[in-house]
Design a protein. Sequence first.
Length: 91
Amino acid sequence: MELKWTSKGLSDLTRLYDFLAPVKKQAAAKTVQALATAPTSLLKHPYLGEKVETFNPRAVRRILVGHYEIRYEIQQSTIYILRLWHTREER
């Protein structure tokens, strides 16, 4: 398996950092780093996340990392990180 971030997924990381950094840069960096590395566990267990039925027939799943949701899609031997956000955000 291979892990790839989509441009929207990377934009979400940047957006979250930009939102958190004015309050405390060090905490923002730590949070974004944790979110960026969390999906590596999917390489061994790609079906760990809950399936998001609204995307059928696509294989979109979600995992929670603290108060953040990460959505990903499995295509053959690649896991694409699609989006991520805080669970309090309106999505």
